[in-house]
Design a binder for this molecule. Sequence first.
Ligand code: 13P
Length: 331
Amino acid sequence: MENLKEIANQMVLKGKGILAADESTPTCDKRFDSIGVEKNFNNRNEYRDLLFNTPDIEKYISGVILFDETIRQSTTCDKSIPFTELLKSKGIIPGIKVDTGAKDFSGFKNEKITEGLDGLRDRLKEYYGMGARFAKWRAVITIGETIPSDACIHSNANGLARYASLCQENGLVPIVEPEVLMDGSHTIEDCYDVSQRTLNVTFEQLIMHHVDLSGIVLKPNMIISGSDCDTQADIDKVAELTFKCLKDNVPSDVPGIAFLSGGQSSDLATAHLNTMNKKYMSEMPWNLTFSYGRALQEDALKAWGGSNRNEGQEALIFRAKNNSLATKGEA
Ligand code: 13P
């Protein structure tokens, strides 16, 4: 357990955060479509190579979440070095997405259940052998007129706990990601209520399954207005309600909380994290950092456009540096 605790602490070290580069192949293909780049194995390899070889990335990034295809890939720009080795040589911890996706929840319209528990123990052993030291599992909770149902929250929380327990058994730190989606016209108060319910049940399940909370990283959504809500809460309100929700519902044993960006603009994702750390850091028992996908990569992807490697790397390092500053409330 000592080792898991150490890894978890390293992942959320002040000044550093996690790069979520674990887009599944269909999601990565969608991103490539948006910039007119042909979607194939080699282009996905080339893009990840650009990200991981960005000069100075290790100053701001503690860990990278990989997808199954990516963890088996190697550098393209020089002699072929497995990505896991490249990252380790920079002091960056390789991680791996292990859920197999959010699927329709039978019996419950418009709700999702995350799958991937079958065979997970064997897959974790294989990933550990390849160098991964942490894993990620994303559960998805949708807000609507009559949802989320208790069944959806409980089933997803149970899946997260079963996954987390298997990770710890096999030497990997579980990133526990119960994402309450920002899609919809709900208010920030609705997001607060649903996130509170979700966090509550998630920790109840983690504790019930004997998961050691000092060896996990929580990856939650921020408390924000639904993307189609007429009234958009400002940065201070988001910081205030997010901090309150976490303070009331996340046990202090948890070493760190690394937010997902969830579709927020890159600027807002940084501003929200910065304001929380600036205003409330002295009251936090855990480190508050980022585990962004889109908010770190959006500009880099566009700047790269399939061929401008240096521009892509410059855009990534700009976002990584600003979010690093935001972990200290200095952005
Ligand atoms: P976003 O920051 O784009 O939400 O991605 C983070 C992630 O890992 C989602 O599972």
